[in-house]
Structure formats: C-alpha cells, structure tokens
Design a protein around this ligand. Structure first.
Ligand code: LLP
Length: 427
C-alpha cells in the first residue's frame, strides 16, 4: 500500500499520480467495494487535527470548543471529539440525546442554542446538567426560569445577543443582523440580565453571539465581540458578573481548490477574538461546526451514465440532492475529483443526480477529465451539512458513512434500507 506522505489537512489525495484516490491511507475503491455507493467517507485524523488547531490558537486563554453538532451529528464523530475534550453546541433535544448516547460524560460541556426550545427540551437539558442555555428571547428566559424552579435546578444561561453586524456570506446562513430572527437586540440585553438577577433559579453565566456561517474574514467576528464585551463591562458595573463569552461558530473554509492554510485561518480568527476580548478573564466558548468536519469528508458516488442533451453533457450519478443538498440550496461549490482519473481532454459537463428536479445538480458547466459510466467520483468538502441535511426525498435511502482512522476504516452508519423508510408508516 502507498505510504501516507500527505498532510492530513488534505485527506483525499492520490498517493501517486497513477494511483486512485485515497482517504488518508485507505483506498476509496476498496471502501466502495465493501460498503457500496453513495458513501460518505470521513477522515478522523483531520477532524482531530482541526480541533487541535483551535486549541493551539487559543492556548493562552481559558477556552472550550463546543462543536456544533448540526454540522455532522454522527455518533462516532461526537465520541471522537468528546474523547479529546470538546464540548458541544446543540440546537434540539434530539441533538442532546445524540451527545448523551455518544459521550454522556460530556453533558456538562453542552451549550443549548436555538430560537425555539420546547418545555420538554428544557426539562431534559436541565436534568442532564448542561453547561448553559443560550437564550434567544425574553419569553424563553421566563420559560427557563419556570422549569428550573419546577425541577429545583439552577439554570445557567447566556443571552444570545444580536449584535447587528453584517457578515459576508450566503443570505440563508447570515444571522447577525437586526432583521434576522436570531438573538436578542443587544440594546435590550442589559435590562433582561437585570430582570433575571433576583431569580434564584437563573444564573447569568455568559453572553453569546453567532453572526452566521461560512464567514471567511476574521473582521466581523471581531466587530461582534467588541459589542459583546462592551455589554459585559456594562453589566459588571451593575454588579452582574459574566463568566463566559460564547463567540459562536461560523468560521468558513475554502470550497474551491487552491492554496489555503487552515491553521493560519484559525490563528487569524483567534487573534481577532483575542483583540476584541483583551482584558476579559472569563471562559471563551466557541461553536465551530463546518471548520472541524467539512474538509474531512467526501461523498463518493458512482456514475450511472453519461448523456448528451443538445449541447449539454450530463454525468448522472447515484448520489442526489437528497444526499447532499448544498449545491441546490445555497448554490454551493464542491470540488469533484474522479477516483481513477482517465487520460484525455477535459470536457464541460453538468454532474446531476437521479431526483426528479432540475435543482438536483452537484455542478453545472464544470470542466472535468473524461468520465464514463461505472466510474467513481468524489464530491469533496462534504463532511459538514452533508449527511446532516440528507433526506429521504424520492424514497431514497440515505448513504452509509465510514470513518477512516490511520490505516483502518469502519462503518459508523449502515446504509438505510427501504424497510427502515416504510417502518413508521400506517396503512
Ligand atoms: N452556532 C450556532 C448557534 C449556529 O447556528 C451554527 C450554524 C453554528 C454554531 C455552527 O456554524 P459553523 O461553524 O458550522 O459555520 N447548512 C448550511 C450552514 C448552516 C449553519 C447554521 N448554523 C450550509 O450547508 O452551509
């Protein structure tokens, strides 16, 4: 087997030019023979490396990385991260159950975000003893107080403030402007903290903020945290001590091929955070999702056939928008690489799935090396918001998932069966 001379920052690679694509030290062709296609493949080594980048960049601070479970909620990935000390950012009772199933000892490192939490979810999180609730409205704070009193458990909370900061990203994943549904207007937050101060079941633990996702410049993070720290100082003057600042997630990656240095990006991000929070002695929480897992994953799919319609060439593959919806939903770009590249001139093609919608595409007018029916191709950077957003549309079973660790690969989720899909239904 070829030696792994690649950096794990690029887990999907050809060990030598004529050798088919590998994930780390494992051949993707071999994996598809074992597990079929479409197949999600993740590099555990890269996920661990990315977590370490945050730890290194924040070494001077009391900090905790709370991985945003929504990016990829595979139990095996949660366990991998929990074993290395990560905490978790959850947005539903379902995600809490995932953390409890994968790593019950990590419950005390969980923060609970989300614009609408139900009473049942709040009860379960209080009982589990999570680190803090990121509260998104006055009504939710009242609900939390009521349930904390009922269960006689003190609820640590942070108000998620809306800092009114613009972040350059896709409009669907930008969250930090006043016109968005997220958070509490930062100008009203102080009054809410004061209001909660007399309640023995509410402990004002922190202030949290999350301005959006796939943000590639450090600047808006700094701007948002400047405003948050101002609020923290204002609260201190009123006698309300804030122990933690949760800077949210959102650090972006480069989906296009080319030079990029993820460690440098984390350092730049950490520097902006540090500058904005200079003098803050409490704990810094971060909620990265995409940055930890996106580039660790690929969706491997087989070409069913290649057809010509007029001037267009369509490469029809066995994965579809139900497996990876990002191109359809956000016009997102994912690099596509053939697992066993063929010689010959590149051709401009559309890569599409079998679902009955014209929106079911992975790439449009993309220049690719020659591709034939039966070939395998890999859609790169699919580790975040890929499987997590997969559905059963067109009654398609969701793919299997494999985790590669060093020389070993193991199935972490079996492919669904049609029987799985039909099971909940009643005739
Ligand atoms: N914290 C909160 C409160 C969030 O809402 C999110 C993401 C994160 C952390 C993690 O953000 P990240 O570090 O992954 O950017 N489905 C979209 C992304 C949606 C992000 C939603 N919130 C996509 O595929 O691009």
């Amino acid at each position: 087997m070829p030696k792994a001379s690649h950096p794990s920052s690029r887990p999907f690679h050809h060990p030598q030019p004529e050798v088919p694509l590998y994930c780390g030290e494992v051949s993707l062709e071999a994996l598809t023979r074992r597990f079929g296609t479409p197949l999600y493949v993740y590099s555990a080594d890269q996920i661990v490396e990315r977590l370490q980048m945050f730890k290194d960049a924040l070494a001077g601070r009391d900090s905790l990385v709370c991985y945003a479970v929504k990016a990829n909620s595979a139990l095996a990935i949660l366990k991998l991260l929990a074993n290395r000390g990560a905490g978790f950012d959850i947005v539903s009772g379902g995600e809490l159950e995932r953390v409890l199933a994968a790593a019950p000892e990590a419950a005390e490192r969980v923060v609970f975000s989300g614009v609408g939490k139900t009473a049942e979810e709040i009860d379960r999180a209080l009982q589990a003893g999570i680190l803090a609730f990121n509260v998104e409205s006055e009504a939710e704070l009242q609900l939390l107080a009521k349930h904390a009193a009922k269960l006689k458990r003190v609820a640590r909370f942070a108000l998620r403030v809306n800092p009114d900061v613009f972040a350059e990203t896709h409009p669907y994943i930008s969250t930090g402007l006043r016109e968005h549904k997220f958070g509490i207007d930062i100008r009203q937050a102080a009054a809410l903290y004061e209001g909660a101060a007399g309640n023995r079941w509410l402990e004002p633990h922190g202030v949290s903020v999350h301005i959006g996702s796939q943000i590639r410049s450090a600047e808006p993070f700094g701007a948002a945290l400047d405003r948050v720290y101002k609020l923290v100082k204002q609260l201190a003057k009123k006698g309300i001590a804030i122990h933690s600042i949760d800077a949210g997630g959102g650090l972006g990656i480069d989906y296009h091929a080319g030079k990029s240095d993820p460690a440098a990006r984390v350092r730049e991000y950490a520097a902006a955070v540090d500058k904005a929070l200079a003098g803050f002695e409490g704990k810094l929480l971060l909620e990265p999702g995409r940055f930890l897992v996106a580039q660790a994953g690929a969706l491997v799919t087989r070409v069913l056939n290649v057809k010509q319609n007029g001037r267009k060439t369509f490469v029809i593959v066995d994965a579809a928008m139900n497996d990876l919806i990002r191109p359809a939903l956000y016009q997102a770009h994912h690099e596509i690489v053939p697992v066993r590249p063929r010689e010959g001139r590149q051709k401009t093609v559309d890569v599409v799935g079998p679902v009955c919608e014209s929106g079911d595409f992975f790439a449009r007018d993309r220049k690719l090396a020659p591709i034939e029916a039966g070939d395998l191709i890999a859609l790169l950077d699919a580790g975040a918001y890929g499987m997590a957003q997969a559905s059963n549309y067109n009654t398609r079973v969701r793919p299997a998932e494999v985790l590669v660790e060093g020389k070993k690969a193991r199935l972490i989720r079996r492919r669904e069966t049609i029987a799985d899909l039909l099971a909940p239904e009643i005739l």
